[in-house]
Design a binder for this molecule. Structure first.
Ligand SMILES: [Zn+2]
Length: 460
């Protein structure tokens, strides 16, 4: 048995630590008034009676109450936050190692419904995994949990019920369904055909045409956001609210961002973040594709709008966007939210490439085979015929595929299919990861470290 020394905690309710043996991790409860409440089995350890408890949802709820630092909290009052969703439920300790001491506030749990269905997990399980990671690392600086891209009241209630601290509302199903007719006259008179000067000298011209077009596209979505906020979030000062409008066909015009923020403000809908769709492409698992000069020019205007209304910009699909990070860091003064997009899975595959080359070969070939199916879920440029040939690579060079855009994208979008293939891959994958835990943490800390460096959160 190996003990995670940083997980030793004790108060009147519970004395405990986390440990692992060859097969599994668990919690060892050695005393305290609430010791009897945990699920688990009694056994003797060094002649002392203790309780060995599974790292399950039930026990994680108890731990969050007994040691409140293990429960997610609001990101309000923090400047820079970073979404580090852990698709596998094993990456968060590595993420904590990467951000500890940097001042960045981590959103350790961050999953969309799409990710939950592809991985077969629930919000309860996602938060449970984050809780155990925080205890394992003895990380007391606070973290958040984001129900990402939620589209319905039902989904939001599920995430809130599980104890999530952040809701990202995706209004895409309400966007573009002409909502102009019922715009109140007061809002119309205040903004239609009016000009606004933002604090840094940026001019926003809301012509009559732009007003009509924007409210036509976003009117219904805004009413939906207002309804959700008033019904579920208004009295929840412990919950952060983000509005995402990034999953649209075209980039968000600054005027549209301005009107959306104005509507929310005038209707007392308090958002911590707004996620516009920026120009260029933020594809999964690879660097930014587009005109950096244009990106910077538009980003300055979006940031000015955010400062004007008092919210932060949220940048989605932020994994590996190294060429735009310096711009984002500089223009926001590191007062923003960046969501990384599950590349911890690719770092896991780097571990597999290193420690189980044969398994990696099989997984890669399967990923190429089913790429077209997986592409239904994610927008990437890579086509099957562009797949790098794995046969030409020797076992020691397999990880090169994790540094080539096309093979990165192929492995990135097929994770659900690979993990759901229980007979061929799932069990072997998780066993290998379990046996190479420290290597995985090292890869993750390096990978996220490169993000923090480019964003200028950390220097050299
Ligand atoms: Zn998004």
């Amino acid at each position: 048995m190996k003990i995670y020394e940083d997980s030793r905690y004790e108060n009147s309710s519970c004395a405990c630590f986390m440990a692992r043996n060859e097969r599994e991790k668990f919690l060892v409860v050695t005393g305290g008034a609430k010791a009897g409440d945990f699920e688990g089995e009694s056994l003797l350890l060094d002649g002392k009676k203790v309780k060995k408890c599974p790292l399950n949802v039930f026990n994680s709820r108890l731990i969050r109450v007994i040691f409140p630092f293990t429960a997610p909290i609001t990101a309000r009052g923090r400047k820079f936050s970073i979404g580090l969703g852990d698709r596998l439920g094993i990456a968060s300790p590595g993420h904590i190692k990467a951000i500890r001491g940097t001042g960045a506030f981590p959103i350790l749990a961050q999953q969309s419904i799409r990710e939950l269905s592809l991985t077969g997990r629930t919000y309860d399980e996602v938060l449970s995994d984050a809780t155990w990671a925080v205890l394992q690392e003895g990380y007391e600086d606070g973290y958040g949990a984001d129900g990402d891209h939620l589209k319905s009241r039902n989904e939001i209630e599920t995430a809130l019920g599980a104890g999530f601290s952040m809701i990202t509302l995706d209004c895409s199903e309400h966007i573009g369904k002409s909502g102009h007719d019922s715009i109140p006259g007061t809002f119309l008179n205040k903004y239609r055909g009016k000009n606004f000067k933002l604090s840094n000298g940026v001019d926003i011209k809301i012509t009559e045409d732009i007003f009509d077009e924007t409210m036509g596209i976003y009117g219904n979505a805004l009413k939906f956001a207002e309804e959700i906020f008033l019904d579920l979030l208004k009295d929840r000062l412990d919950i952060d609210f983000e509005l995402s409008i990034d999953e649209t066909m075209t980039p968000t015009k600054p005027e549209a961002h301005f009107l959306i923020a104005a509507w929310l403000k005038d209707n007392n809908v308090q958002v911590l973040n707004i996620a516009p769709r920026f120009c260029g492409e933020f594809q999964k698992g690879i660097d930014y594709k587009g005109d950096l000069g244009l990106f910077e020019k538009e980003f300055i205007v979006h940031q000015a709008i955010a400062e004007h209304f008092g919210h932060r910009l949220s940048i989605h699909s932020g994994s590996d966007k190294f060429s735009v990070f310096p711009i984002i860091g500089m223009i926001t003064g590191l007062n923003c939210h960046v969501k990384t997009a599950g590349t911890n899975w690719l770092e896991a595959m780097r571990c597999i490439a290193y420690s189980q080359p044969d398994l990696f070969r099989k997984m890669y070939k399967y990923a190429v085979k089913i790429l077209d199916e997986a592409k239904a879920y994610y927008h990437i440029y890579t086509e099957k015929h562009m797949a790098p040939d794995i046969e030409t690579l020797g076992s020691k060079n397999l990880s090169a595929l994790l540094d080539i855009n096309e093979s990165r994208q192929i492995l990135h979008v097929t994770y659900g299919f690979l993990l759901n293939d229980k007979a061929s891959f799932r069990e072997k994958f998780f066993t290998t990861m379990y046996n190479n835990e420290s290597l995985y943490y090292k890869y993750l800390a390096e990978h996220i470290g490169r993000h923090l460096l480019a964003l200028t959160i950390i220097k050299t």
